[in-house]
Write a protein that binds this ligand. Sequence first.
Ligand code: HEM
Length: 419
Amino acid sequence: MSQQLGRLSRRGFLVGASAIATTGAISFFGLKGDRAQASVNAAANHAGTIPFWGIHQPGIVTPEVAAALVVALDVTARSPAELTGLFQTLTQRINYLMTGGRLEPLDPRYPPSGSGILGASFAADNLTVTVSAGASLFDDRYGLAALRPKHLTEMPKFPNDRLDAALCHGDLLLQFCANHNETNIHALRDILKQLSGLVVLRWQITGFQQPDADAHPRRTTVRNLLGFKDGTANLNSQDSRLMNRLVWVQRESGEPPWAIGGSYQVVRIIRMFVEFWDRTALDEQEEIMGRSRDTGAPLGYSHEEDIPNYAKDPKGQKIPLDAHIRLANPRTPATEANRILRKGFHYSRGIDQAGQLDMGLLFIAFQQDVQRGFESVQNRLNGEPLEEYIKPIGGGYFFTLPGVANQDGYLAQSLLEAV
Ligand code: HEM
């Protein structure tokens, strides 16, 4: 699954970012009236820097990058005050890391101020760090139980899942995205050092993709490890009205007020049986997905962007009734509200005990309501023919905290102050 960010490629984003720097244009994300976000966008001083401050966290509607690192943590803070300190430090470090800069020289009798893996100074490199909370953070440790987002539960097990407990859930989830793996690792190590004693690592997975890999006269879509273009029919993340309707929690969403501006994040680590897939006939592969492998067009159509008309194909003669795209989005008025913002990466973890390639999809999705979004889509997909070739093995449900509007604030402030 690729993070197909609307119609904006990474190359387009970089051009856009430098245009902002020179013209001072203020509404990069199209978030009308969102002054805090806009002023910071205008202040982005060079391409490659994604603003941290804003009503939503970065890393959700920000353009495709090549490298991801998803890290789940458990919190070991011993009091609400320590938890507040954790989020304050996290906020300050993320802003520092996303801005880029120099490592502060320290007395050499002490450990240096950073790992140094990027040298004495480091670039922003389009880094984003996105912080989400798992249902377990809202237990009785910090008095947060009454403030749990309405739909936040531990991720259930779906029929085709074979979940590895060592790859599931967590109190916090950090999603690092950047142009390079080293930037993500540099940021993770900095944060772990600063949060020493307050968090422990639970699981992590590295994701990668090659944005703009598949040259196309008009647009490009990343292919997943099954060889299919993935992200074609994704939501246009640059459409702020659509994002407000389907992705960001709103005042009228019925959530605790502190959660407004946040979003539900689903992570699924989905193993692909690629050797088996590679021995499957092309016709069958295409019927399973519902699209042409070469062009990405829905079966029976010519172009990737063509919108399948399922009403005109009630028996599934063009696109089988159980094709992945048809089940995922039947394109009916009733299923419109189930649409989700997908953002995916490949993963590769070597070889399993049976001598098979251990690789697959690091599936990430954002939505305003995890039940109305991911869960409804997944429940329609349960039993799909694609299941023979995939096996979800980990992940979790999380709630992405609202953004931090300006330098006076910190992540989770609205939550902690509501206690
Ligand atoms: C390894 C597992 C998966 C693979 C290989 C896969 C692959 C694809 C491909 C190739 C497409 C067509 C291109 C596109 O519009 O993006 C697609 C579409 C889609 N997939 Fe998946 N997918 C996987 C898992 C999932 C999961 C777990 C969900 C959500 C529960 C999901 C939801 C969707 C949705 C909503 C669409 C768009 C359908 C449309 O609007 O026409 N996919 N997927």
